[in-house]
Unconditional design. Sequence first.
Length: 359
Amino acid sequence: MPDGLDPRRGSDFAALSRQIRNAGLLRRRPLAYSVHIALTLAAFAVTVAVIAVVGDSWWQLLVAVALGIAFTQVAFLGHDGGHQQVFGSRRANDLFGQITGNVLIGLSYGWWIGKHNRHHANPNKEDHDPDIGDGVLAFTTGQVAARSGRLGRAIVRHQAWLFFPLLTLEGLNLHVASVLSLLPRGERSARGGHRAMETLLLLMHATVYVAGLLLVMSPGKALAFAAIHQAVFGVYMGCSFAPNHKGMPTIGPDENVDYLRRQVLTSRNVRGSMFVDWLLGGLNYQIEHHLFPNMPRCALREARHVVRDYCAHHGVLYTETGLLGSYRAALSYLHHLGAALRDPVAVPALASRAATRTN
């Protein structure tokens, strides 16, 4: 068990929760969200309008970059809706999430909310957190030991160097996962999902996206536009979520840890100005967001002072770093995990460990 994780201290969060609630940091902020939503959707609409104005020109590749940024900012709004931060009713928040997710950026809201809720319940917990599940990259020593095949091991050996290049495919990966989740055998939302409606909305998005590009520009330019747009979207999304937990302590699959420490010790905050708050969609306050997922984004900066002081008083490690430092920590962790596969002497031992786990 990582240092500081104590499963017996379940009551500490209740006192912190009272402080946060008494400070009014959980109440809805309709005016702040109204302004933020209006500005974000206006920027999104202007970017789309610029595509039509620029027409069949290679200058569209610059517009593709802008649209990738606009997509991510809209995704942040959907994230807030999914956590019930925006409106007072669950129905309104879910409808908002479906509009921003399925319609505007082409991601299944039902699939995402199910996956994301499992992450929030067990951040960095092996076999429970889908964000550190086995995939192209390895996030735990067990995944490194189980990695087989030349290509799989080669990727893990150099995964720190490959991290950002692979993020260019993350946008496409999110779209594919959204579609697969809506197939008859696909993964359902934690809330049961509305498969037919979500499928219709995703088809609507795809139709408008493809037809819109082909009506404005030649097929070659449209393909280049889509490639750059989705690459920027993937990199921006990955760079917003990666600093939050990668390189922080992991929890074993059978370990029991109280809520306060489970959320704080596995999360990392990113210091910065209001620009960083906008750039990362409030996800830079990852500790506060994990402790209070339904806290409005604009209250997280103020909550940080309360949570940080509370953790200091109770001896709970509160990790905070700069933006570049957060990436350095995440990449160092990935590089460290791949070290065993860069050592020829260690590879047979890893294979033996993997066989033991399988048996």
